[in-house]
Ligand binder design. Structure first.
Ligand code: AP5
Length: 216
């Protein structure tokens, strides 16, 4: 099974992608995570993209395509069971490039999931998001707080706030989503099954709905 999960920043793509990947043995491919890992490791790519991530703008289509090409190719054992793409594609050019890459390796998208969430809820979610520095588990100070303040329940790692979760950057990311990413939904509606999911529901209910929609 091969899925694409779309939605505005903070709509819950990462939270749900981790769960669906786990339940369906899919590879979770998040371009945001791959870019942040490159920044944290101080690689040449990381140095090139660091200020772009902090600004809330998009990294170039060429850079992310290279990351995707490597990710769908590598770890062959798991890729055979499929993947869930989170944060990619983000422009129509990326969606078209993905079609080409998948055609070259004989794969296709089974379903596209779109998480619909109000902008007001997004600002609140992102302002209260905390991420584990070590295992990358995602928390929320309001509705998914860690048991011990500032520490990850899973590995004990320190929780931190992402640089791009500041109010002015959140607004920029929402603008970028409206202008550059939302049009992809229409692109996919002409090609694949597109499921709109009410992302305003509690996390567990969103997961149940996605599981139902993607089927066996
Ligand atoms: P990326 O990491 O992809 O960020 P994003 O799309 O802005 O999405 P987020 O990770 O902020 O949110 P999410 O939807 O995953 O929500 P989450 O589950 O964490 O990209 C970051 C940057 O990298 C981009 O700005 C760009 O610069 C660059 N980039 C990445 N991909 C790129 C690409 N393809 N091309 C070019 N540039 C690229 O949830 C958020 C919070 O809400 C959490 O606290 C969570 O606990 C909580 N929450 C989740 N679900 C619910 C719910 N149902 N109810 C209540 N709270 C909830």
């Amino acid at each position: 099974m091969s899925l694409v999960i779309l939605g505005a920043p903070g709509s819950g793509k990462g939270t749900q992608a981790v769960r669906i990947a786990e339940s369906r043995s899919l590879k979770h491919i998040s371009t945001g995570d791959l870019l942040r890992e490159a920044v944290a490791a101080g690689t040449p790519l990381g140095k090139q993209v660091e200020s772009i991530l902090t600004s809330g703008k998009l990294v170039s289509d060429e850079i992310v395509l290279e990351l995707i090409r490597e990710a769908v190719k590598s770890d062959a054992g798991r890729v055979e069971k499929g993947w869930i793409l989170d944060g990619y594609p983000r422009t129509t050019a990326q969606a078209e490039a993905l079609e080409t890459v998948l055609g070259q390796i004989g794969q296709k998208i089974d379903s596209v999931l779109v998480l619909d969430v109000d902008n007001e809820a997004i600002v609140e979610r992102l302002s209260n998001r905390r991420t584990c520095e070590s295992c990358k588990a995602v928390y929320n100070l309001i509705n998914k707080a860690p048991k011990v303040d500032g520490k990850c329940d899973q590995c004990g790692g320190a929780l931190m706030q992402r640089d791009d979760d500041k109010p002015e950057t959140i607004r920029k990311r929402l603008d970028v989503y409206e202008q550059q990413t939302r049009p992809i939904i229409e692109f996919y509606e002409g090609k694949y099954t597109v499921h709109h999911v009410n992302g305003m529901l509690p996390i567990d209910e969103v997961t149940v709905e996605i599981e139902r929609l993607v089927g066996e």
